[in-house]
Design a protein around this ligand. Structure first.
Ligand code: EPZ
Length: 431
């Protein structure tokens, strides 16, 4: 398929309502968890994203069946698993593929998954996942770029995570769901997506308590049953945060619906600190600005939930790039998540990186430029920065953006943006 790019023409303030879709980072682990039962289950509010397509292809390559039965509704049937080995090409495309290891190990006693490589934002090791599986009684073998975990029967354990890793918490929780006895997972992640996964596991007969806190207790059961279970995926707090920042950058007035205010509290608090108004009501969250007040500089540090989410760091940097004053952003979760800085500087932003911090001197306005999206959230940040830039912006690498947003350009255009998705002309190298 031809590569595509966005052509962004500066727009007026964004105005109107936007409905938030299901959370990418909730549906990916739940699709993996569906491998734990030999009965089918129905997932609702599933977003239409390329990462979701990739996860469906992965579990289908293992023998599961997934059928779209309506808008945002998928029937998953893992009754007939024919392989315990994830193909190399899928894990390369989707790091979350590693989340099938826990379910396969728990249900079949074996899983062979390619060791995920690094990615633009960091080395992304999986040592905490593997330490957890070993604590549950699995033998772990590394060879030829694959990790193989085997266990006759997993047993409960007390596991303390060195870092509250989201993926490790999810993978170990899924494995422990079918282990013999109790598992206590301490210093674990408490993101809303962990709670959604625990709710799904409990709906199919799991016994999980404490999800959403730093300690989760799992009582292993012998089997899980998903017959006639319907699970609706929680709204995407990062998609919501992205639109909140879009309203702020364009000095607009946008109301988000189908969003859980609690899940976006850190972003709401930071927007208020930056002189942006945020009002929560029964019909959603309204983000608006006082034209007479500039957005103000604010410092932020990314932290595991409930701290400021690392997945919102790049988007917020685009707002601070045109806020009045000097802001400091410290990225504590990933070691290389400032990939958007170089491209924002090409648009006229004044940003200096010092170790894990970026110092941002707000400028009056950015200028349009040709820029490249290096990863999902850096790409989203460039779209936001281009909305009010002085002149046209061309953004290539937008396949990264399609991984986590369902036609971001159509949703923003519905609010008044002017973004065109065009095929990139391949330069005829033979000429
Ligand atoms: C999840 O990734 C999300 N992805 C990421 O969202 C998100 O940025 C991240 O959590 C942090 O919130 C999905 O849920 C599919 P981690 P994950 O394990 O699970 C280190 C997006 O934009 N670590 O919490 O991979 C790791 O290197 C994506 O939607 C280890 O050292 O994140 C990183 O520095 C990007 N050893 C930190 O922990 C391990 O075994 C956080 O990683 C595991 C992780």
């Amino acid at each position: 398929m031809m590569a595509e790019k966005f052509i962004v023409t500066p727009c007026e303030s964004l105005r109107g309502n936007i409905e938030i879709g299901g959370a990418k980072n909730a549906v990916l682990p739940v699709l993996a968890a569906a491998l734990l039962t030999e009965e089918s289950c129905t997932l609702q509010n599933v977003p239409s994203l390329s990462d979701v397509d990739s996860m469906r292809i992965l579990i289908e390559s293992l023998g599961a069946k997934t059928t779209t039965t309506g808008k945002g509704t998928i029937l998953v049937d893992a009754s007939n698993i024919t392989s315990l080995e994830a193909p190399y090409e899928t894990v390369g495309k989707l790091r979350a593929s590693f989340l099938v290891m826990g379910p396969l190990l728990a249900r079949f006693g074996q899983a062979k998954i390619p060791l995920p490589g690094g990615c633009p934002i960091g080395s992304r090791p999986v040592d905490l996942h593997l330490k957890g599986f070993a604590a549950l009684g699995a033998d772990i073998d590394h060879s030829h770029g694959f990790v193989t975990a085997t266990a006759n029967k997993l047993h409960g354990a007390k596991i303390y995570l060195d870092f509250p890793s989201v993926g490790a918490t999810e993978n170990i929780m899924m494995a422990a769901a079918l282990a013999e006895g109790q598992t206590i997972l301490e210093n674990c992640a408490s993101e809303p997506e962990i709670v959604d996964l625990a709710n799904f596991l409990n709906s199919i007969g799991g016994k999980i308590r404490g999800a959403g806190t730093d300690t989760i207790k799992i009582e292993g059961v012998s089997r899980l049953h998903s017959k006639n279970i319907k699970h609706s995926i929680i709204p995407d707090r990062i998609e919501a945060g992205t639109f909140m920042v879009a309203a702020a950058i364009t000095r607009g007035d946008v109301t988000l619906t189908n969003v859980l205010a609690d899940h976006v509290k850190p972003v709401t608090a930071k927007l208020k600190e930056a002189n942006i108004f945020v009002e929560e009501s029964d019909n959603g969250i309204r983000v608006f600005c006082d034209k007479k007040m500039d957005a103000k500089a604010a410092d932020l540090k990314t932290l595991p939930y409930p701290g400021f989410p690392t997945d919102m760091q790049a988007q917020f940097m685009s707002l601070l790039a045109t806020a009045s004053g000097t802001s400091v952003i410290t990225e504590t979760v990933f070691e290389n998540r400032f990939m958007q800085v170089g491209e924002l500087k090409r648009m006229g932003a004044e940003i200096k990186i010092e170790s894990r911090s970026a110092i941002i001197e707000g400028v009056k306005s950015l200028t349009g430029a040709q820029v490249v999206a290096s990863d999902l959230r850096a790409g989203a940040a460039l779209v936001l920065a281009s909305l009010r830039a002085d002149g046209i912006t061309e953004i290539t690498g937008i396949h990264h953006i399609d991984r986590g947003y369902d036609h971001l350009e159509l949703q923003l255009n519905q609010l008044g943006a002017r973004i065109e998705r065009v095929s990139e002309k391949t330069i005829d190298t033979q000429a």
